[in-house]
Design a protein around this ligand. Structure first.
Ligand SMILES: [Ca+2]
Length: 151
């Protein structure tokens, strides 16, 4: 009985402290569904909302040690011609993308990711995401979503 209770407590503790990766990604809770306008994709780095398989952005995020680095920000994980930082909502009207990505990367040392996101939003440097960084959803002719769309 004590062993079962111990295991239950351990599972609850692990689940409570398991990192929610979308909180470590710009607008990670608001990334648009690549096929269904108005809906969001709940697991940014995964091939489906219920899959554990990683999409291109998820693999790049994992390779960056789950940090939103300058390289991840500048990269175009899904190959649609739009960088991850732009797809996730960085506003480049005041500063260029490399400057914003460098600022985000250097902020890891001085503030939490959430504090940095609040600062970016209050400064209007982060707006709504424009696309999904893990799926080719820009429909530019370079690529199209590589899965059957359905809402
Ligand atoms: Ca892209």
């Amino acid at each position: 009985m004590f062993f079962k209770l111990f295991i239950l407590c351990l599972l609850v503790t692990v689940a409570h402290f398991y990192p929610r990766y979308k909180e470590l990604i710009l607008n990670g809770d608001r990334v648009p569904h690549p096929c269904c306008p108005g809906r969001s994709w709940s697991r940014v780095g995964h091939t489906t909302p219920s899959s554990t398989a990683l999409n291109a952005f998820g693999r790049d995020f994992q390779a960056s040690r789950r940090l939103f680095t300058k390289e991840l920000c500048l990269a175009d994980s899904d190959g649609d011609g739009v960088s991850n930082g732009i797809e996730l909502g960085l506003n480049t009207t005041k500063y260029d993308l490399p400057t914003l990505c460098h600022f985000i990367d250097s902020s890891h040392m001085t503030r939490t990711f959430n504090e940095m996101v609040v600062f970016l939003k209050e400064s209007k440097l982060l707006t709504n995401p424009t696309g999904h960084p893990g799926f080719c959803d820009q429909n530019t002719g370079r690529c199209r979503p590589n899965f059957p769309c359905g809402c």
